[in-house]
Design a protein around this ligand. Sequence first.
Ligand code: SF4
Length: 327
Amino acid sequence: MFDFELDRIVAWIRDGGYASVALQLPEGLKIRAAEVSLYLTEKTGVHCVIVGYPCYGACDLFDHHGVTDALVHFGHSPIPAQGDDRTVLYIESRWKGELPDLGPILGSVSGKVGLLATIQYLDLLPIVKEFFSNHGREAVIGSGDRRICHPGQVLGCNCTAAESIDDEVDSYLFVGEGDFHPLAAALGTSKPVIVLDPITGDLRDMGPTRDRLLRKRFAAIQGARDAHDFLIIVSTKIGQKRMDSAKVAEEMLKRHGLNGYVALMEEINPMALMSYRVDAYVNTACPRIALDDSARYDRPMLTVPELEIALGERAWDDYLFDQIRNA
Ligand code: SF4
């Protein structure tokens, strides 16, 4: 069960004296949008507006100013580098439930273990750490850069919490569901990443998933080697806007006698790209659009480090996961 902290939201709305509030939920939580809206209106009289745009992270925080007095953003933690706005409340929707039997993890991760999780399961890390300690094993939790709000937290575009302990651990245990977040850790670190699904208790090694993805990325890079015209995509979303990376790509293409066209986009999807007469795309927005969704696009889509490989400025053996870092 994910905790929506409705009573805390009610108190926050009352304390702030807000007459209207926008509710922004990621796709997986939108199913509860109507219920939350009704509850808050009944309890406080506030006028709720549900943000209907797709939302995949705090990186595309809705700009509610001029629309509503306040914003409640569900399912993600703040990104510290994006600043603090007292009219925005983050509800991290932490999971409240029992952990499965942890016994099997002892034989699944080797040596000193780095502990990682998605935001929903971060509360479980101290419990897992203590479990290791009780069995004579050392486990550590690292801290990320200013894109990361909590120790041990991993985003799909940032595994700096793992990087910070990469030299001292032998393996990682990632607590969470699905492949999206642990894949970031598997791509961005040098040690095995084992996933513990906290609901089912299943354990799995991310190695084969990472290798499969890398084979696809190799094919995409090969497919872009003969390209002459590149559309360099820059997102307008607050936490995905990387104009500096776009300029690096533009300069690099120019050095190789190739054309790069910078395009600003809000939503990146096959329809939005189909009109451009280019041979390939360079994506500086969410890196997972290129890495996970490339099959949806009719032309190769590369990250900037992958463009370096395509142009011979970086070796394939030196493949770099394109993280969005916030110093
Ligand atoms: S940039 Fe992509 S991976 Fe990173 S937080 Fe946003 S949606 Fe998630």
